[in-house]
Structures are given as structure tokens and as C-alpha cells.
Design a protein around this ligand. Structure first.
Ligand SMILES: Nc1ncnc2c1ncn2[C@@H]1O[C@H](COP(=O)(O)OP(=O)(O)OP(=O)(O)O)[C@@H](O)[C@H]1O
Ligand SMILES: [Mg+2]
Length: 193
């Protein structure tokens, strides 16, 4: 099977598995994962965090958004651009977010834009991750493009349910590896491949 087909198959499998979780399991695991990430030194030390608003069956991030603001961090959220890039905007009030054409909560385009180089911690969505930090996203390359702009010391963390950690995620040359993977049960130990 070629790489693109392998990616497509793994995406479909992971979407189906996420949809099977009960609302109670979603809520509990989102709280656990926020607790895990919130205790990591890279989070504690971060001044600028780039998070995202979870949608559909993603591991929930709303507690983390509130936590970032409550801890006085500068919170950035992405807006998708038609050219396949993300712009990052500072958000100080979660009620100011509005739904994009994809159904994802985004900041207003008038919210102050910040460069990716300002970010200490990136929370990165995805469908599958592996222990060496490889990530399978939704297939548009948004985060691969964004992470090429990150400063070298940035902490980029994949965020998902335990079953989203797959032994070996198919990768192409443009795929950007992550620094860490966090799930509701903890930080996934890093293995080099
Ligand atoms: N840095 C880049 N510059 C130009 N094109 C890129 C870059 N990164 C990825 N792409 C393109 O984006 C497309 C989708 O990439 P890929 O299958 O890795 O998506 P993904 O990582 O699952 O998506 P996402 O990051 O949006 O969740 C590919 O056709 C790839 O060529
Ligand atoms: Mg990719």
C-alpha cells in the first residue's frame, strides 16, 4: 500500500474509534489530559501557548483554553487561510470566538496576529501519533506548514486519546515531527525511529 493510502486508512479508522466514545468518557478524558499537560514543566514555564478549539469527536481542549487564560498565559488560536496556512491570533475572551466554515471556533481576524516564532508551546491536533513524534493530521498540511515556522526551542505536543497512539504512523518528507505526545493517561515516552 502506498503512503497516501496508508494515511487515508488510518485516518478513517481513528475517526471511527473516536466517534464510539460516550460523552461521559469524552468529558472525563479531556479533564485528565488537561491535568497531564498542565503539570508539565514546559507548560508551566510557557508564556505564549498556541492551542486550538476542539471540534466534533476530538479530545476536548476547552478546559485547557480556560486554564491558559486563568494562568495568565498569552493564548493564541489559529485561523485557517485559503492558501493553506494558519494565522495565529491573541485571544483574551473565549466568548469572542466564532465558528469557521469548517465548524471550528476561531478568533476574529481583527484579533492581534502574532508570529509562530513567539510560541513556546504548540498544541497540535491529529488523528494518530506515534512514540517518535510522528503525526497524522486531517490531510491539508496546515500544521506541517505552521511548525516549520516554530522556534527551535518550541515544545510541540500532539494531543489525543490513548488509542490514537499508533506504533508507526506513515510519514512523508514534509511531515513535521512533534516534541511530545500527551494522552489522558500521560506523556507518551519518546522513542527515536
Ligand atoms: N511545508 C509545506 N509546504 C508545502 N506543502 C506542504 C507542506 N507541508 C505539507 N504540505 C502539503 O500538504 C498536503 C497534506 O499533507 P499531510 O497529508 O501531511 O496532511 P496532515 O499533516 O494530515 O494535515 P494537517 O496538518 O492539516 O492536519 C500534502 O499534499 C503536502 O504536500
Ligand atoms: Mg502531515
Amino acid at each position: 500500500m502506498d503512503l497516501r493510502a496508508a494515511k487515508a486508512q488510518l485516518r478513517a479508522e481513528m475517526k471511527a474509534r473516536r466517534a464510539e466514545l460516550s460523552p461521559a468518557a469524552h468529558e472525563q478524558q479531556a479533564a485528565q489530559a488537561a491535568h497531564v499537560l498542565g503539570a508539565l514543566p514546559q507548560w508551566v514555564d510557557a508564556q505564549v501557548v498556541c492551542l486550538y478549539a476542539s471540534f466534533k469527536h476530538e479530545l476536548g481542549t476547552h478546559l485547557l483554553l480556560q486554564r491558559a487564560l486563568g494562568e495568565g498565559k498569552i493564548l493564541l488560536l489559529p485561523r485557517t487561510r485559503p492558501d493553506g496556512t494558519l494565522s495565529l491570533h491573541e485571544v483574551s475572551d473565549l466568548s469572542s470566538l466564532t465558528s469557521s466554515h469548517l465548524g471550528i471556533l476561531e478568533p476574529s481576524p481583527s484579533a492581534p496576529a502574532r508570529p509562530a516564532t513567539a510560541v513556546d508551546v504548540f498544541l497540535v491536533p491529529g488523528l494518530a501519533f506515534d512514540p517518535s513524534g510522528h503525526r497524522l493530521g486531517y490531510g491539508a498540511g496546515f500544521y506541517d506548514r505552521l511548525l516549520t515556522q516554530a522556534k527551535p526551542t518550541a515544545f510541540s505536543v500532539g494531543y489525543g486519546f490513548d488509542f490514537q497512539v499508533h506504533p508507526e504512523v506513515p510519514v512523508e518528507a514534509h511531515d513535521q515531527a512533534l516534541t511530545a505526545i500527551v494522552t489522558p493517561t500521560g506523556l507518551v515516552p519518546k522513542v527515536s525511529r
